[in-house]
Design a protein around this ligand. Structure first.
Ligand code: ZN
Length: 417
């Protein structure tokens, strides 16, 4: 009612609010919703839910008049967001023209930095990979590496075949925790990133560039492509383990950004030395160096699945069992869905997922309803894809937006201590 009053009368006046709790001036435009803009967004939103729509179908779905629809559709066409497609089937009369979303009207780049390669991917408004570059380049902790990365990103922009105006920004995902603003690395021990310099990485690039934590971007990619997840624990089963917390379809950071770092849960303070400097972290039991004994991932799974090697079965069961043991601790505290992602996600079969879940259920103090452990939907390039997606989210009408943009991601946590 209070906001409704301002929406009705609000035309840009600054109103001093009489409520005791509001000690500052409130701009009524903060609450004003432009009905024309809202209607246009409603029409645009439909194109994220339907492959093709005719104007009469939009009229049926929205209740808007055809002249209103014509005006908004013209605007959306001029913006390059939608375009005409084929004629629709007609049950009599003149067939209507269908319109489609043009997902490549807006694009964003995501880059993943690893020890021996850089992966860059260009994503469209549907979160699909339009182009992918896999560049074999060894990470070196020196300024020259940042300069090389800068030239790789510029090359990707100039050779992708799309104008710079269509590209919204670049997210650079690293194996380390960064601050929420994406300007600083606050923890990175897999790769020494003390010389990695965002100012050099973004030099002469006129679109926004930011840093991000790779396991958090992988979780963002999963959220985008799996609408069933509201709250979850995303884990990356990769060269090193990683974890990310999902709360109300957003990434939960904690006070500094360390929330979800399940990979350093301690199993034994006398265990093997972890790259983080402490002993006995779960990562030391479940990283690739421990699981694989020199063989490649495809070789391991060939011996496991095709040759049905007992030795490999024992190693695999031990790995999954240890993962489940660690996940039980997380589940006990958070009791939410567990998503198994990372490089091994594509190799998981339903029996593996059920094995992890059963291990948790058998250990559990409480009765748990099965079906809470799932395999990630995004099996490839999740870190790089997720680094691009928040730029695109801002272009999508709120009701159909798969994830929130960087601005929401960057909001400070409410700290109670
Ligand atoms: Zn550790």
């Amino acid at each position: 009612m209070f906001y409704g009053f301002f929406r009705f009368f609000g035309t840009g006046y600054t109103v001093h609010c009489f409520y005791e709790s509001y000690k500052k001036d409130v701009d009524v435009n903060d609450y004003y919703i432009d009905p024309k803009k809202a209607n246009k967004e409603r029409i645009l939103g439909l194109f994220f839910l339907h492959d093709a729509l005719s104007k009469p179908q939009i009229a049926e779905l929205t209740g808007f008049s055809l002249p209103t629809i014509n005006g908004h559709m013209k605007d959306l066409e001029n913006m390059g967001m939608i375009g005409p497609g084929e004629l629709m089937d007609s049950s009599g009369g003149r067939p209507a023209i269908s319109y489609r979303l043009l997902p490549r009207s807006k694009l964003a780049l995501g880059a993943e930095i690893r020890k021996d390669f850089v992966k860059i991917c260009l994503c469209d408004l549907k979160g699909e990979v339009v182009k992918l570059w896999n560049i074999g380049i060894e990470y070196k902790n020196e300024k020259a590496y940042s300069a090389k990365l800068n030239s790789l990103l510029k090359e990707a922009i100039s050779t992708c075949g799309y104008p710079l105006d269509n590209i919204l920004g670049i997210g650079v995902a690293i194996q380390g925790v960064v601050n929420k603003a994406g300007t600083e690395i606050i923890f990175s021990k897999i790769l020494d990133t003390s010389e990695l310099d965002l100012e050099i990485i973004k030099k002469d690039i006129s679109i926004p560039v930011r840093l991000c934590h790779d396991v958090k971007t992988a979780a963002l990619a999963e959220l985008w492509h799996n609408r069933k997840i509201s709250n979850g624990i995303y884990i990356a089963m990769s060269e090193h383990l990683g974890g990310s917390l999902i709360k109300s379809r957003c990434i939960e950071h904690g006070r500094s950004g360390y929330a979800g770092s399940w990979d350093h849960v301690t199993f034994s303070n006398k265990g093997k030395l972890c790259y983080c400097g402490k002993r006995g972290c779960i990562d030391t039991y479940c990283n690739f160096e421990t699981l694989f004994e020199g063989e490649s991932i495809p070789d391991f799974f060939f011996k496991l699945r095709e040759e049905k090697s007992k030795e490999y079965k024992v190693r695999w069961s031990k790995y999954l069992s240890t993962i489940a043991f660690g996940l039980y601790q997380a589940w006990l505290i958070l009791e939410r869905r567990i998503i198994l992602g990372g490089e091994l996600a594509m190799w998981l079969n339903p029996e593996d997922v059920a094995f992890v879940e059963n291990e948790i259920i058998n250990r559990s103090t409480f009765t748990c309803r099965p079906g809470f452990v799932i395999k990630a939907n995004v099996e490839h390039h999740a870190c790089a894809i997720g680094a691009a997606l928040p730029y695109l989210a801002d272009e999508i009408p709120e009701p159909v937006r798969p994830i929130e943009g960087w601005s929401t991601y960057c909001k400070p946590e409410i700290i109670e201590y």
